[in-house]
Ligand binder design. Structure first.
Ligand SMILES: [Zn+2]
Length: 192
C-alpha cells in the first residue's frame, strides 16, 4: 500500500526536468501540482489534500510559487501541519513556495473528489453526502428535514440499515454510526 507512488515518481522526473531544463525563475507549476498530489491529510492519512478539496490553487506571484489552501472546518488545527508538509515536499525537490490560506469561498465536502470518497469508504469512514442529496431532503418542511437524513451506507457491508449513535465521533467533523446488519460502528464524515 505504501509502495512508491507512481505520481511521486513522475513528479521526481518532472522536478528533475524542471531543475535541468528550466531557469530557476520559471517554476513548473504542473510539477508542483503533481508533487502536492502526495500530501495527505494529517487526520485521515489515506486521503490527499487535493482529494479533500483543501488544495485550491498553485500559481505564480512575483516569480514565487504560491500554494492556496482552504481549511476544512473553521480553526482546523491541521492547517499548520498541512502548510509545513506542502513546504517540505517542495523543498525536498529544490522548490520553495509560499502557502496562502484562503477562507472564502468556504470549504465544503462537495469539493471532495470521487477518488477521495472511495478512499474514505475503503478506510471505513462513510463519505459525506453531496449537497444535492441533502437539498432533496430540505424541500420538505423544516421539521421533517431535522429528522429525515439521506441514508448513510455502511462502508463495510454497504447496508443502508444504519443508525447514528453519536453526532460527534472521533473528531467534530465526524458522526458515529452503527450498522444494524453487520453491527459494526463506523464514522460518517459529516456533510459541511
Ligand atoms: Zn455493515
Amino acid at each position: 500500500m505504501n509502495a512508491a507512488h507512481p505520481a511521486l515518481a513522475a513528479a521526481d522526473r518532472m522536478a528533475q526536468d524542471a531543475t535541468t531544463a528550466r531557469p530557476a525563475e520559471m517554476p513548473d507549476l504542473q510539477a508542483v501540482w503533481t508533487l502536492l498530489e502526495t500530501v495527505t491529510d494529517p487526520e485521515i492519512p489515506v486521503i490527499t489534500i487535493r482529494e479533500l478539496g483543501i488544495l485550491r490553487d498553485v500559481r505564480l506571484r512575483n516569480g514565487e510559487i504560491e500554494v492556496v489552501i482552504t481549511p476544512t472546518y473553521s480553526g482546523c488545527p491541521a492547517m499548520g501541519q498541512i502548510g509545513d508538509d506542502v513546504r517540505a515536499v517542495l523543498q525536498a525537490h529544490g522548490m520553495s513556495a509560499r502557502v496562502v490560506t484562503q477562507l472564502a469561498p468556504a470549504w465544503t465536502t462537495d469539493w471532495m473528489t470521487e477518488s477521495g470518497r472511495n478512499r474514505l469508504r475503503e478506510y471505513g469512514i462513510a463519505p459525506p453526502h453531496t449537497r444535492a442529496a441533502c437539498n432533496v431532503v430540505q424541500f420538505t418542511t423544516r421539521k421533517i428535514a431535522e429528522h429525515v437524513e439521506p441514508a448513510v451506507a455502511c462502508p463495510r457491508c454497504g447496508s443502508e440499515n444504519t443508525t447514528e449513535t453519536s453526532h460527534f465521533g472521533s473528531t467534530a467533523c465526524k458522526a458515529l454510526y452503527r450498522c444494524l446488519d453487520c453491527m459494526e460502528p463506523f464514522d460518517l464524515f459529516k456533510p459541511h
